[in-house]
Design a protein around this ligand. Structure first.
Ligand SMILES: Nc1nc2c(ncn2[C@@H]2O[C@H](COP(=O)(O)OP(=O)(O)O[C@H]3O[C@H](CO)[C@@H](O)[C@H](O)[C@@H]3O)[C@@H](O)[C@H]2O)c(=O)[nH]1
Length: 350
C-alpha cells in the first residue's frame, strides 16, 4: 500500500530497472513516498518491483524524459525532495549502433530534467547516475577518482559525460543541489540479462537444471570493478543529504575478470569449472560432467572495449556511512541463488 503519511517524496526515474527498483526498496524502508517514472511500451517491465514485493507501495507515472513539457508538469506538480535520475540507455555496446538514441536519451533527458528543476522546483535535490565509462581510454594502475580526467571512447561514455557536465554547470551557475554518482559496474540478481554477470548466472542456472548448449561470451579476460548494486543504491539518499553537493565515485577499488566471475558463479552453482584454449578459442567446462559451460564467440567480443578501470571509493567512504561493497564472490553467489530459484518456480523469462 502507498504510504500516504510520508513527509518526504522521491521521484525515481527508471524505477523498473535494477538500480531504480533497489533504490525504491530502501527509500520505502526509510518511510519515503516513492513516485516512480517509467516509459510506456517496455514488456514485462515490473518484474523487479514484483519480486522485491514493492509494486503496490510505489506510485507510477508515465514520463518520457525527452518531452520537456512532460518532465516539467511532473516535477512542478510533485515538488519532490529528491530526484534520482537512473533512466536512460545503459548498454555500452548498443551505443555504437544507436549513437543518436543514446545521446538523446542520456543528454537531452538530463537537460530537460535540470531545466524542469531550475524553473519549477529549485529546492529539489538531484542525483544523476553517470558512469565509469567517462574515464574511457585512461589506462592507470591507480584507482580513478573524481579528479581523474575524463576521456570517453564510445557514444555512451560521451552522452554520460555531457550530462554529468551539465549537472555540474547547473550546480555552479544556478545553485541547484545536483550531483553525479560516477557509477562503476554494479551487479546483482536484478541485473538485466544483456550484461555479462547476469548472462552468466542466468545461463549457469539453466545448464545446471536443464543442461543444453553452452553460453556464448566475449573476451574472458575483460576486467571490471564490480560492486553489488544494492550497496550503492543504499547510499544514494545519504549523498543527497550532505551539506554541499559534489560528485562521487561509486566503486570497490578491485578488478576481476570475466573468467574469474564465471569461475566463481560456476562453483556457486555446483560445477567444477576448468578453462581450456586461448583468446577466441577459450572454453569453460565442468570437470565432473564434461559439460561445456561457456565458449567465446566473436559476436560478443568487443574490439573497442573500454580498458579495465578500478575506481576509488575514498570520498564516499569518508563522507557517508558507506563501508565498501561486497566481494565479487558474494555477488556471484547471490545472482546464482536468485536464478536457480526463479527457474525452480518457473519464473525464467526475466
Ligand atoms: N555484455 C557482455 N559483456 C561481455 C561478454 N563477454 C565479455 N564481456 C565483457 O564484460 C565486460 C562488462 O560488460 P557489461 O556487463 O556489458 O558492462 P559494461 O559494458 O562494462 O557497462 C556496464 O557498466 C558501466 C559502468 O558502470 C555502466 O555505465 C553501463 O551502463 C553498464 O552497466 C566488458 O568488458 C565486456 O566486453 C558478453 O558476452 N556480454
Amino acid at each position: 500500500m502507498v504510504n500516504k503519511k510520508a513527509v518526504k517524496t522521491a521521484l525515481v526515474l527508471g524505477i523498473s530497472g535494477q538500480d531504480g527498483s533497489l533504490l525504491a526498496t530502501s527509500l520505502l524502508k526509510e518511510g519515503w513516498r516513492v513516485v516512480g517514472g517509467t516509459r510506456r511500451g517496455i514488456v514485462n517491465k515490473y518484474w523487479r518491483l514484483d519480486e522485491l514485493g514493492i509494486f503496490d507501495q510505489v506510485e507510477l507515472v508515465n514520463i518520457n524524459l525527452q518531452e520537456p513539457h512532460m518532465v516539467l508538469d511532473i516535477v512542478r506538480e510533485l515538488q519532490p525532495n529528491h530526484i534520482y535520475h537512473l533512466a536512460g540507455e545503459s548498454f555500452v555496446e548498443d551505443s555504437f549502433h544507436l549513437p543518436r538514441v543514446t545521446m538523446e536519451a542520456n543528454y537531452f533527458g538530463t537537460l530537460n530534467l535540470l531545466e524542469a528543476i531550475r524553473t519549477s522546483s529549485s529546492e529539489t535535490r538531484l542525483f544523476f547516475a553517470s558512469s565509469s565509462e567517462v574515464f574511457g581510454s585512461t589506462v592507470s594502475k591507480e584507482a580513478l577518482d573524481e579528479k581523474t580526467p575524463f576521456r570517453p571512447i564510445n557514444p555512451y561514455g560521451i552522452s554520460k559525460l555531457a550530462a554529468q557536465q551539465l549537472v555540474e554547470i547547473y550546480r555552479e551557475r544556478y545553485g541547484l543541489y545536483a550531483l553525479s554518482g560516477i557509477m562503476f559496474n554494479h551487479e546483482g540478481p536484478m541485473r538485466a540479462r544483456n550484461f555479462v554477470t547476469r548472462k552468466i548466472s542466468f545461463n549457469l542456472a539453466r545448464l545446471k537444471m536443464e543442461g543444453g548448449t553452452p553460453m556464448q561470451l566475449g573476451n574472458f579476460d575483460a576486467a571490471r570493478d564490480w560492486g553489488l548494486a544494492s550497496d550503492y543504491t543504499m547510499v544514494m539518499p545519504e549523498v543527497l543529504e550532505l551539506k554541499e553537493a559534489q560528485d562521487f565515485v561509486f566503486a570497490t577499488g578491485k578488478l576481476s575478470t570475466v573468467r574469474e566471475f564465471l569461475s566463481l558463479a560456476a562453483e556457486a552453482v555446483g560445477f567444477v569449472p576448468v578453462f581450456e584454449g586461448k583468446g577466441l578459442f577459450s572454453v569453460c567446462l565442468d570437470r565432473s560432467s564434461g559439460l561445456k559451460l561457456a565458449e567465446v564467440s566473436e559476436k560478443y567480443f568487443r574490439n573497442f572495449d573500454t580498458p579495465p578501470h578500478k575506481g576509488s571509493p575514498a570520498r564516499l567512504l569518508k563522507m557517508t556511512k558507506f563501508s565498501g561493497s561486497h566481494d565479487v564472490s558474494v555477488i556471484a553467489t547471490q545472482m546464482i541463488e536468485a536464478d536457480l530459484h526463479r527457474r525452480k518456480i518457473g519464473h525464467v523469462d526475466v
